[in-house]
Design a protein around this ligand. Sequence first.
Ligand code: 3PG
Ligand code: MG
Length: 398
Amino acid sequence: MTAFRTLDQADVKGKRVLVRLDLNVPTENGKVTDVTRIERAAPTITELAGKGAKVILLSHFGRPKAGPDPKFSLAPVAAAVAEVIGKPVGFAGDCIGPVAEKAIAAMQPGDVLCLENTRFYKEEEKNDPAFVDKLAALGDIWVNDAFSAAHRAHASTEGLGHKLPAYAGRSMQAELEALTKALEAPQRPVAAVVGGAKISGKLDLLGNLLDKVDVLIIGGGMANTFLAAQGKAVGKSLCEKDLIPTANEILAKAKANGKEIVLPVDAVVAEKFEAKAPSKVVDVDHVGPNDMILDIGPRSIEHVVSVLGRLKTLLWNGPFGAFEIEPFDTGTVEVAEAAAELTAAGKLVTVAGGGDTVSALNQAGAADRFTYISTAGGAFLEWLEGKALPGVEILRAK
Ligand code: 3PG
Ligand code: MG
């Protein structure tokens, strides 16, 4: 693996350091409701400020359509950053031009300043060279600490790396180290749990994982398509009939390469998709015509847990069942608990990511015992798919 330049190599004292964070955090009525991404960014901010840098924060926030829009201002997020790092954070109402220049000129070493939403300029997402130059003019060094936005080749996530000395921040570094350890050079046997509704969205993922892991554990709605591929009736369950040939190809490829695919052996079925809908456990060979598979059953849980017992590394993306409604979260919760226990006992390295996945693992009370939880949704998936992430590639030491 090519190494990444990190803050260990950066001389930042007295320098203007442009730090790209992912401050795209959930808010409600102008208040940040989940500070996880800010907490992950805090070590980089604090370290740079402590080393006497002028720390200038850059981020996008939401997907504003046409120019500046108060709904998408980073001002309330900057206030939340100040709270998390326990230190004042200045705010400039523009990310380029005189407003930003003036605020930066007033900074002392160790100060932290947040610039307004980079997506207030459409040139950001276009990675427009003239816009990159305007951003670059504000700093001496660029630190990218936004792994969760690294699948975007935007001006502030990629373009700046062509203009300024570029370094990975501590959170980016931690993401790269954890993901590399889990996928590129894992302790074997390594398995991946892939859940979620559809195969169609995760075809590249399944293909790449099959090359890299020893065991693929398939859950969620996409397992139904695999069951159907094996000729089983799935009743009214979510099932992508047109992808049955694809599912068969994946099963055949696994077999040819000596890889193990773990599918449910029993299921929790209901006739309605709603919380506490009357449900029963059936063998996967006995799903009725009106049944909807909403979770894996107890024998499947037991089987998956026994597989975990012989692994050294586990990657996790996607829930096993309809975890957002009770009691169909049981499969996800119980497997997550087993994975967390093995991790806490030092027997398993567990790495999870993806939007839904992290909420499911939090709901299961397991996330804090996992080895590493990525803050990334789309970027985590693209990494698992084996795609190069522009915001990561630009940081590779040349
Ligand atoms: C995210 O929250 O997924 C990242 O911040 C990327 O945001 P985007 O999907 O709007 O580019
Ligand atoms: Mg996204």
